[in-house]
Design a protein around this ligand. Structure first.
Ligand code: CTP
Length: 392
């Protein structure tokens, strides 16, 4: 069944961004209802939202046009999530104190569903102790926040207070809607390729996009985990709410892993770590000559094997990407690297591999092989995380 999201829009220059949010959420298949404050209608016309959702927008508690219906209870009952974006300082103060003098605050008070607030205001107003106390109070009610960004504000000031990035807001919507099945579990994920320098302008790398590792990090956060993501260079947005450590080479990744693996409950090595690096890195650009050149390579340490030898209580998961003898090669890796789970995929299978959003894998343990259906990397991430968190 379609989930219903109520979107509350307050008076803020950022109110126009709510139309994009509504449009994006409709495309994702949500049922959307919009509630606006009177001040919001000075910044953006209700018609914009009405044209998108093909339904009326609610501004007044008692709507004379709809036969004097009291809509706020009906809306509150059907909502799976209420997000206020942008939330002004004034509305935040009302929500923190249970005031209900307009449709938005009245519906918010009547809602028992998950609630998410995306504040947008001037930096001084945001930093004001009164606003910070209101945020703390809302947090104590179990309301979730997506923090405002830094930048040039409409008033000309530069600082914190911009409405959060739209992708961050959507990630926090996913977070709010996911059941916290793995609350407070500590999860370390490595992702992406590594780059091994040859000279100041060239390097050896692979085709990893980082999509699988980043999907795992997002899903672990949504499930309530405390997530550390160690990533090689990728063109992906850093997921909201996680600790992100950026590395370039395999040896940097190993050092970063050594710095935090002991405090984890689950470790997932989704990174495509370079097996070799140039034995010597030229300090100047290697110039083109008339001869062929050979780059002598030396083996990198195997991070997963290191972990397999050193983990204590941590559940360890590796990945194997093969182009032949998938099961046999993957089983060997699972045993030699001492993994609890090895996720094996064949690069030649359609829907599996580096750049795509789906994957087709086998779950390999020391004594079992399980074939999974083709699924999105998001769905697969949940399968992996829930499998790893099962007690033996
Ligand atoms: N891995 C690692 N450190 C390395 C190489 C691989 O931690 N230096 C991890 C990967 O993150 C992955 C698993 O080992 O979880 C398997 O990686 P893969 O490249 O498939 O296998 P290799 O052991 O490198 O063997 P080969 O390249 O010969 O298939």
């Amino acid at each position: 069944m379609k989930k219903t999201i109520l979107i509350g829009v307050c008076g803020s220059v950022a109110a126009y961004k709510s139309a994009q949010l509504v449009s994006d959420l409709l495309k994702l298949g949500y049922d959307i209802e919009v509630v606006m404050t009177k001040n919001a209608t000075k910044f953006i016309q209700p018609m914009t939202f009405e044209a998108l959702i093909k339904k009326p927008v609610y501004i007044d508690v008692v709507d004379k046009s709809e036969g004097y219906q009291i809509k706020h209870i009906e809306l509150a009952k059907k909502a799976d999530l209420f997000i206020v974006a942008p939330c002004s300082a004034n509305t935040l103060a009302k929500l923190a104190n249970g005031l209900c003098d307009d449709m938005l605050s009245t519906t918010f008070l009547a809602c028992t569903c998950k609630k998410l607030i995306a504040p947008a205001m001037n930096t001084a107003m945001y930093d004001n102790l009164a606003t910070q106390r209101n945020i703390e109070r809302c947090l104590s009610y179990g309301i979730t926040f997506v923090e405002p960004g830094n930048g040039l504000l409409a008033c000309g000031d530069v600082g914190r207070g911009k409405l959060a990035d739209m992708e961050d807001i959507k990630e926090m919507i996913d977070y709010c809607l996911e059941e916290k099945l793995l609350r407070n579990k500590k999860v370390l994920i490595t992702a992406g390729p590594t780059q091994e320098a040859i000279d100041p302008v060239r390097y050896i790398t692979n085709h990893s996009s980082g999509k699988m590792g980043y999907a795992l990090a997002k899903k672990a956060f949504q499930l309530g985990c405390d997530v550390t993501l160690i990533s090689g260079p990728v063109n992906l947005k850093v997921p909201y709410g996680i600790q992100h450590i950026s590395v370039v080479s395999a040896s940097e990744m190993l050092e970063a892993v050594k710095g935090c693996y002991l405090k984890q409950d689950i470790i997932i090595k989704a990174a495509a770590v370079g097996d070799y690096r140039a034995k010597t890195v030229a300090s100047n650009k290697i110039k083109k000559g008339n001869q062929d050149i050979f780059i002598e390579c030396q083996k990198n340490d195997d991070i997963l094997a290191f972990l397999g030898n050193h983990v204590t209580k941590q559940k360890l998961c590796g990945f194997a990407m093969e182009t032949e003898n998938l099961i046999e090669n993957a089983q060997k890796k699972c045993i030699t690297k001492n993994c609890d789970l090895l996720v094996a995929n064949d690069l030649t299978t359609s829907g599996a591999g580096f750049q795509v959003d789906t994957n087709k894998v086998f779950f390999i343990t020391k004594d079992n092989v399980q074939e999974l259906d083709l699924m999105t990397k998001d769905e697969l991430s949940k399968e992996i995380l829930l499998t790893l968190s099962k007690e033996n």
